[in-house]
Design a protein around this ligand. Structure first.
Ligand SMILES: [Zn+2]
Length: 322
């Protein structure tokens, strides 16, 4: 596909939670010309105005996001944000039914996703206008959200499929986790069987997304955490960023010199200063007791072997969008 001069470049991180996406997103956000919106998916959530922005304010009083909404939708920002939320609410649970049900073409998933994508596009456009960024990072991870974005002709979508070995993910997902809302709320530890299913579904959805776009890379969490500077440098190049990202790393730490207005994301996101990066072989203690911690499933094992074979980063050759 020929890209237009006015196309918005969006680097979209797809995959599972606990796979280094916040680290990668925050590293990219340090590079000149790049801005991270965090997990934009959450903007449609009904509780979003009460959630806390990276800047520390609730979104209802964050000047940046309130200006983005006005720039994107004018006086109709409240109903359009609500409509984005209603159409995308199933996507994190792997359901496209609400997306179809509210579409003008409920029997045509491609058209329904295109309608949702057309509602999301003005948000990226407004962020680009307000920040002057040449690359916007969206770390929503939910590949079905990315699928809607992939239907927008004026977005130069570059997909980073971040994968973690299932054993590490299942152990990490088996711990209590802080929820994005309300403040202080915790999520129960998950049993291994559920974590493994989540790993499979999110990675399969990411593969559906990457099969649809011309520009995609696969990045392994294990490589990102073992060699953060060199891995991030290759991702930054893929995302069209020319300034060397290595200057924002020191040994095994990320140096954050500026913060922004990221939505959602890991509550332990790197803040100003140095954040030590945990190596992939650091022990993870799941808090879920009892049996069933096995991360073995024939399909997961097969996928995982394939991801390991694509060691480092694989960049698919450019091809036309299907
Ligand atoms: Zn903010």
């Amino acid at each position: 596909m020929q890209r237009g001069q006015d196309d918005i470049r969006v680097a979209f991180i797809a995959g599972t939670s606990w796979s280094g996406s916040t680290l990668l997103e925050q590293a990219l956000a340090q590079v000149d010309g790049c801005v991270s919106v965090g997990e934009l998916y959450w903007l449609g959530n009904r509780d979003w105005p009460s959630m806390v922005c990276e800047c520390g304010r609730e979104f209802r009083s964050c000047q940046f996001w309130q200006s983005v909404l006005v720039e994107a939708f004018g006086s109709r920002s409240a109903p359009i944000r609500a409509e984005i939320g209603a159409r995308s609410e199933g996507l994190f649970r792997h359901s496209i039914l609400p997306t179809l049900a509210r579409s003008r073409s409920p029997l045509h998933p491609a058209a329904a996703f295109a309608e949702l994508g057309a509602m999301i596009e003005p948000l990226y456009r407004a962020v680009e206008t307000m920040t002057g960024a040449t690359t916007i990072v969206d770390a929503s991870k939910c590949a079905l959200w990315g699928l809607a974005v992939s239907r927008v002709d004026t977005i130069d979508l570059r997909v980073v499929h971040l994968v973690r070995d299932p054993e590490g993910f299942v152990a990490s997902d088996g711990r209590s986790r802080e929820l994005p809302y309300p403040p202080g709320a915790m999520r129960e530890p998950r049993p291994a069987s559920r974590s493994l299913l989540t790993w499979l579904l999110l990675n399969l959805e990411a593969e559906i997304l990457t099969s649809r776009v011309a520009d995609k890379v696969r990045v392994r969490y294990e490589d990102l955490t073992r060699a953060p500077a060199s891995t991030a440098r290759r991702v930054a190049g893929f995302a069209g960023l020319e300034t060397d990202i290595s200057q924002h790393f020191a040994d095994n730490a990320l140096i954050v010199r500026r913060t922004g207005h990221a939505v959602g994301g890991n509550p332990r996101r790197p803040r100003l200063g140095q954040t030590v990066i945990e190596r992939p072989d650091a022990p993870v203690t799941p808090s879920h007791p009892g049996p069933g911690r096995s991360a073995h499933h024939p399909l997961a094992s097969r996928l995982s072997r394939r991801y390991r074979r694509s060691a480092g980063i694989t960049v698919a050759p450019r091809s036309s969008n299907p």
